[in-house]
Design a protein around this ligand. Structure first.
Ligand code: UDP
Length: 240
């Protein structure tokens, strides 16, 4: 089931159903894109047709931010809960270890993806890691990076370049990489590698993870200014 929200279609699935859907993608072998949607992205997409196109093109759109879960409820199309990029990545890595799918980590500062790989290998013994590459490459090197992924032949490709750069990169290069499923995961490698901390569970349960990220990284305030604008847009469209 899909929930319609501000021109986007958000998949209303539990985590288990989401992982099941991705398993189906891997079995089909056709290239598929997963977009973890937060309010910032959806707000920008209202004014940027290219971002909306990427959203429409995605094969699976998960409600990443609590703002998306709230907005779907206001729109009268509730989803089943929040599916964050990092939670979905970890569930998929666990499934990959069980099923023998190989994974590739692309993005974050030099060394971070490799650190994240070490942590994942410890947590999920038997995980097949096809490779890792940092995310600080120039536009003219993007093809070479995609080619490096292709040589490694992963099934699952996690891309941590920040939104919307990761979605744009996946849109352009997924076919060239030869990976079956690609997903943008923002700052997840930093968290897995232990370079950044996620808000504690109780803060997440109070739906205040966005606030905690703001406290830990005050430079995010400019980005988070769109949150009240997004809320007003949703209320205007669905309540007034
Ligand atoms: N990043 C990157 N290349 C760049 C810019 C950013 O690999 O040119 C990485 C950055 O190191 C971080 C991630 O992209 O690991 C973005 O994290 P952020 O928390 O900003 O992502 P969000 O989930 O908020 O989009």
């Amino acid at each position: 089931m899909k929930a319609k929200l501000l021109g986007a279609h958000v998949d209303a699935l539990t985590m288990e159903e989401t992982v099941g859907r991705v398993s189906g993608f891997i079995k089909s072998g056709r290239p598929r894109r997963i977009l973890t949607l937060n309010p910032e992205y959806l707000y920008r997409a209202q004014f940027d047709s290219e971002l909306m196109r990427l959203l429409t093109r995605a094969d699976l759109v998960t409600p990443d931010g609590v703002g998306i879960v709230w907005a779907c409820r206001v729109a009268g199309n509730p989803v089943k809960g929040r599916i964050t990029g990092i939670d979905l990545m970890l569930c998929l890595v666990e499934k990959a270890a069980a099923e023998g799918w190989s994974v590739y980590l692309l993005g974050a500062a030099p060394g971070v993806a490799e650190n994240a790989v070490e942590k994942l290998r410890c947590a999920y013994p038997g995980l097949r890691v096809a490779g890792a590459h940092h995310g600080y490459f120039k536009e003219e090197e993007a093809c070479r990076v995609a080619e490096a992924v292709r040589q490694a032949r992963p099934e699952l490709l996690f891309v941590a370049l920040g939104a919307p750069r990761q979605e744009i990169w996946i849109d352009r290069y997924l076919e060239l990489t030869g990976a079956t499923v690609a997903m943008g995961v923002g700052g997840s490698f930093d968290v897995i590698a232990g370079r950044a901390r996620r808000a504690p569970g109780w803060v997440q349960r109070l739906h205040l993870e966005w606030f905690s990220r703001l406290l830990m990284n005050p430079s995010r305030w400019k980005r988070q200014l769109v949150l009240p604008c997004f809320a007003c847009m949703v209320l205007r469209k669905y309540k007034l």
